[in-house]
Design a protein around this ligand. Structure first.
Ligand code: MG
Ligand code: MG
Length: 657
């Protein structure tokens, strides 16, 4: 189907918006009046620019507070409309959005509204313009889409139709099944926006929290399906007012928008395949979108996690891995990359980058080429690989935060394995670390890109999102969303710093243990300095809530439970942006210990300090913490922000020396 987007949905000047929208592959735009008013481009120039970019101007909007008014106001409103018609002729736009009135001048009189809209449609027709009348959810007298349609029908003018807007329909809880009563040729336009479920004033909800399809909670595939059942053949157009998108880079937002529409088309087609429309003589042959994008290839596990380390020194993270019981089993044939293994958990240390930071994730895919085709069809950048002729083929894409995702088949007979690129290394004395595999990976997302990342992992990898959680941080608030495959083989946690700009974008790799008590006991005995300290208050509270063994306190283990089972975990200190978590799921526990995340964040902040704390922070680290939690004095003088990477582990080591 034709795909459009309102210029208000992306940031920038009108010229920048048009460029970004075109680059993302849209067919058309809705010109939002304010974007034109503030533009130095004349309407003719905007028309030419859009034309050069291959964009049609599908709609001009909004025209407000027109209908059901006294005669003198009507005369004024018609004069105002004439000006807009002239402007639209210069723009080359032929469809005007008229929203239901919010004016105190308007009266509750459908016949009057219909009569005046008919007059408007007659005037519009003289300019070759059509009017799409939309019920705003907060319209004064008209706020339901079927009410707007009744008025349009009553007016009975061919140049007057209705505009359906998913936000206005679904935010009021209206049943979209009623859409099927509207003839498709009377639906002049379809605007789409999703939104998170929020209990707030609907106007504020609409103006600040709309998001792209698939990023909220509305059933947009169901709504679009009803619209297609009417025979509607116009564009799917995104109209999204969102505080984040207003600030984010336009090109990226436009791509995110297009990805959401491609995924919506796919979801709608699946919905319609599952429930074919009932053929009726009154229904024009409905256009069923048949997207040809390849199906998702669900990953079956983590193949590896790759950490970049600065310079060519892997000793720091290597030391941490060795303490956890990992063994360096191989070195890449011609790159400074080490392979560390324990059970099925594999960590690569790549000494060519910055960091330490998590640079890449290897995912086991039953069809690596299919995984890449899926990603490509959803506009994800496929990464070029610089590889030697003998290297294993590796298919990789970039996630929205820049993390590289590799699709692998590790040591599978039908597929070359990335592990073949590593020359085996004489292993030293192995330590029984008790680690079996990677349980989950947690990534902090860049500002304003949380919803984009969630949509990416859901659509590209087929991960199922869980509810968003808010996690208190001593200096802000984190938003966190876990996503996983149905079988839990791949689990990812996306975090974003919702409030408080100075949060460190920590990343962590959670390693599953088969006996975390034994692992914690060994680590505590040999390397207590590597474990993040947990305050005594935590255990006092835990003992009040649960009947847990006293050794949790002694070993510094955190505890959580849900209706399926129990969760035991602990954290290491950080190296750069990265730390490790050791976890043991007992029974069918589904969560990630989010209830304990505030304890971790407080302990981490206590170690690295804060730029604005000054000397007053001195007491912060010691209060309620053991000696392990002592802050690194080096960090006191360093401003902490997303670009600063506290070198916690190095500081610990230098203290020990
Ligand atoms: Mg709208
Ligand atoms: Mg975790």
């Amino acid at each position: 189907m034709r795909k459009s987007i309102a210029t208000v949905s992306v940031s920038g000047t009108l010229a920048e918006k048009l460029t970004a929208i075109s680059a993302a592959g849209f067919d058309g735009v809705e010109i939002f009046e304010n974007d034109l008013l503030v533009s130095p481009l004349s309407p003719e120039e905007v028309r030419a620019r859009a034309g050069d970019l291959g964009l049609g101007i599908d709609l001009y909007q909004p025209f407000r507070d027109f209908e059901a008014v006294p005669g003198d106001v009507l005369a004024r409103n018609l004069r105002r409309a004439e000006r807009k018609f002239e402007l639209m002729e210069r723009l080359g736009a032929t469809l005007l959005l008229v929203c239901s009135s919010v004016s105190p001048d308007a009266v509750d009189d459908d016949e009057l509204a219909a009569e005046q809209l008919r007059l408007l449609a007659e005037r519009a027709a003289e300019h070759g313009i059509r009017i799409a009348y939309e019920a705003l959810a907060w319209g004064r007298h008209v706020n339901e889409y079927l009410h707007a349609w009744r008025i349009v029908r009553m007016a009975g003018h061919p140049n007057l139709g209705t505009c359906l807007d998913s936000f206005h329909i679904l935010s009021r809880g209206s049943d979209p099944i009623g859409i099927e009563a509207i003839p498709g040729d009377r639906v002049f336009f379809l605007q789409l926006a999703d939104a998170p479920l929020l209990a707030m004033d609907v106007l504020q909800w609409s103006r600040h929290y709309r998001c792209f399809p698939g990023q909220g909670t509305f059933d947009l595939a169901g709504l679009v399906s009803h619209v297609l059942d009417t025979g509607y053949a116009g564009p799917l157009s995104l109209e999204v007012f969102n505080d984040g998108f207003r600030q984010a880079e336009a090109g990226r937002t436009a791509l995110d928008a297009m990805r959401s529409l491609i995924a919506l088309e796919e979801a709608t087609a699946q919905r319609r395949a599952a429930t074919p429309p009932i053929a009726s003589p009154s229904t024009a042959s409905p256009s069923i979108p048949r997207p040809v994008i390849p199906p998702p290839v669900i990953p079956s596990g983590f193949a590896f996690a790759e950490l970049s380390v600065p310079g060519d020194d892997t000793s720091e993270l290597g030391g941490l891995l060795a303490a956890l019981g990992f063994v360096c089993t191989g070195t890449h044939a011609h790159k400074p990359v080490e392979l560390w293994e324990q059970g099925e958990a594999r960590i690569l240390l790549n000494a060519t980058g910055d960091g330490p930071a998590l640079a890449a994730i290897g995912l086991e895919s039953p069809d690596p080429a299919g995984s890449v085709r899926r990603a490509e069809s959803l506009l994800s950048p496929v990464l070029p690989r610089h590889r030697a002729p003998r290297d294993a083929r590796l298919d990789a894409i970039a996630a929205p935060d820049g993390t590289e995702l590799f699709f692998c088949r590790t040591e599978h007979p039908d597929h070359s394995s990335w592990t073949d690129d590593f020359e085996p290394r004489a292993a030293g004395e192995p330590v029984a670390g008790g680690i079996t595999h990677i349980d989950h990976v947690a990534l902090t997302q860049p500002r304003h890109h949380f919803d984009e990342a969630a949509l990416f992992y859901r659509t590209v990898l087929g991960l199922r999102p869980q509810e968003s959680l808010e996690v208190p941080d001593p200096y802000g608030l984190l938003r966190s969303k876990a996503m996983s495959t149905g079988d839990g083989a791949v689990r990812m946690v996306l975090n974003i710093n919702q409030v408080g700009a100075q949060h460190i974008p920590w990343q962590h790799i959670a390693l599953a243990c088969d006996d975390i008590v034994a692992t914690a006991r060994r680590l505590g005995a040999v390397h207590p300095e590597l474990l993040l300290a947990v305050p005594t208050n935590y255990y006092d509270d835990l003992a009040a809530r649960y009947d847990v063994p006293p050794e949790l306190r002694e070993l510094g283990l955190l505890y959580d439970r849900d209706e399926h089972g129990e969760f035991l975990h602990l954290y290491t200190i950080t190296a750069g942006r990265v730390f490790f978590e050791l976890v043991q799921r007992v029974g069918g526990y589904q969560g990630y210990g989010a209830a304990n995340a505030p304890v971790r964040l407080a302990a981490q902040h206590a170690r690295v300090g804060h730029a604005w704390e000054g000397d007053a922070s001195q007491g912060h680290a010691s209060r309620g913490h053991t000696s392990q939690g002592q802050r690194s004095s080096r960090m006191n003088a360093t401003p902490v922000g997303p670009t600063v990477e506290p070198h916690d582990l190095a500081a610990t080591r230098s203290r020990r020396r």
